[in-house]
Design a protein around this ligand. Structure first.
Ligand SMILES: Nc1ncnc2c1ncn2[C@@H]1O[C@H](COP(=O)(O)OP(=O)(O)OP(=O)(O)O)[C@@H](O)[C@H]1O
Ligand SMILES: [Mg+2]
Length: 347
């Protein structure tokens, strides 16, 4: 089965506009398996995983590094008849060209490297289960040809020229950080292999387009860490603001690592800002992202300063300011009206 190239979805770099999800209750797993997310963008991913999981279709997962492709592959496997059988992930980009053939298909005793024992490749080890081919576009061209032949025939030889043919019953899921169509046009990926792998493509959205999922995930990681160490650490209000404002170019992996580092460093209250080196280029005209508040300041003044500084930060964009402040747009308007009425009354 193959798909027409016109039906292949455009890569989502930059992300699809399912961005800025409505507020999700904190820590509400709404996903298959351990993949979490409440944003519309992730709900769509879960819908696709639920549909394709129980089938035998090859899946191509695309998405930036750290966006959850491996976890998505595991979720697909867990939803298939193959769960309970092996799930094996192999990183095609990390294996030297000379070794990839043996890694995938194994080698016979006395094979190319004069091995004393035969080597079992991942196609044999994953038999009956699922094989995730990470960074599939980094596979050498001749290996891509061989892989295509194996996927079509479900048979392989442990090495070129060997005469024992092995059968394989493996569901293949492939993943790449690259745009697959660009990989084809630049000659990195065979077009026929793309069609064979991308019977069912799924694009993982970058974390920055998942709205409140950032907080949901951060809270989830913190709950896990607290449970492991019997602590009750929590995020400071500033850390929550950092969660919302950072663009997380390393996606969920960066978020997870950052929460873990902050957890180790904190006695009780986790700060994130000092751990984030690159917060991306500042928006033109953006204001500094800190506010100094005098101890003993009136709550009214403190809230007003925070709201006004946040509005300045987002250059007057009330929707984004309300999102960052964690209040509805209506509440923000009411507060601002209150301030101006108070000013009118006192002038
Ligand atoms: N939606 C999610 N819910 C919970 N944890 C997640 C989610 N997405 C990713 N993670 C976690 O983030 C980390 C990175 O995820 P994963 O390895 O699946 O990303 P990837 O897209 O395969 O990255 P790469 O392209 O670098 O291989 C893992 O620790 C994973 O458990
Ligand atoms: Mg991966």
């Amino acid at each position: 089965m193959s798909v027409a190239i016109s039906s292949f979805p455009e890569p989502s770099f930059p992300p699809p506009a399912a961005a800025f999800a409505p507020a999700a209750p904190v820590f509400q797993p709404a996903a298959p398996g351990p993949l979490l997310g409440a944003s519309p963008a992730m709900q769509e991913v879960f819908r696709l995983i639920e549909r394709v999981g129980p089938t035998e279709a090859s899946v191509l997962l695309t998405g930036e590094s750290g966006s959850g492709k491996e976890l998505a592959a595991q979720s697909i496997h867990d939803r298939s008849q193959r769960r309970g059988r092996p799930f094996i992930a192999v990183n095609c980009g990390a294996i030297p060209a000379g070794l990839i053939e043996a890694e995938l298909f194994g080698s016979e005793k006395g094979g190319s490297a004069g091995a004393v024992r035969g080597h079992t490749g991942v196609f044999e080890r994953a038999n009956g289960g699922t094989l995730l081919l990470n960074e599939v576009t980094e596979m050498p061209a001749d290996m891509q040809t061989r892989l295509l032949r194996v996927l079509e025939s479900r048979k392989f030889y442990r090495r070129v020229g060997a005469d024992i043919e092995h059968s394989t019953d493996v569901r293949v899921i492939a993943a790449t950080n690259r745009c697959p169509l660009q990989a084809v046009s630049s000659g990195r990926l065979r077009e026929d292999l793309l069609y064979r792998l991308a019977v069912f493509p799924i694009a993982l959205p970058p974390l920055r387009s998942r709205g409140r999922d950032v907080e949901l995930l951060a809270e989830h990681f913190l709950v896990q860490l607290n449970a492991q160490s019997g602590t009750q650490k929590r995020f400071t209000p500033l850390a929550r603001m950092t969660l919302r404002q950072h663009t997380w170019p390393g996606n969920v992996r960066e978020l997870k690592n950052c929460v873990e580092r902050a957890f180790i460093l904190a006695d009780q209250a986790l700060e994130l800002a000092p751990l984030i080196q690159d917060t991306g280029p500042p928006t033109e005209g953006a204001q500094p992202d800190r506010l100094e508040i005098r101890i003993g300041a009136r709550i009214y003044d403190m809230e007003r300063s925070l709201i006004e500084a946040t509005l300045d930060h987002f250059q007057g964009n009330k929707r984004r300011a309300a999102d960052a402040l964690g209040c509805s747009l209506k509440t923000l308007y009411n507060k601002l009206n209150g301030y101006s009425q108070r000013e009118c009354a006192s002038s």
